[in-house]
Design a protein. Sequence first.
Length: 174
Amino acid sequence: MEGFEGQPPSSLITRYWAPGWNSVQALNRFQAEVGGPLRGGDPGRRLFEFQVCDEIPYFTHVPAQFELAQGQWLVVAVHHIFGSDEQSLPAAGIAQRAPEPYLGLNDRDMAQLGLEQAALVGFMRHAAAYQLPVRRIPSLPEGIAGLPVGLPATLGLQPPFRVQLLPGHKEPAG
């Protein structure tokens, strides 16, 4: 019931662990001598060879610098501790702490649109109209709108994208 206490064959060792040892130190318990071969012989054959690559393919595409667009806002994702994770909303206690859907704007953009906190703002995305209350987020740069991700009401929206924002209950132009 407590498992096998002995030394497994070297070909069956999946990890190096021993009680009271750090992982690197535990390797010594499985070797015939420190830095030597494993007890029980050759563990097998290497199936994949390591390939040295002179070029690192990371960062080959650098997006263009953000620029303000007259009458348009770049919608970016806003993550919340409660609600943004796909596994958090099925738990009733966590779902209670998740925010209601909103669109975050800074003070300057709210003034430009004539909006107050909790006023409705509309926009179109993929031929669907959305109406969300505005939330003041002073840390957002001008021309950027924040949308909480992971909430049921915002699941179809995948930031980043650009939209035209229209205050009030008006139907946004497509």
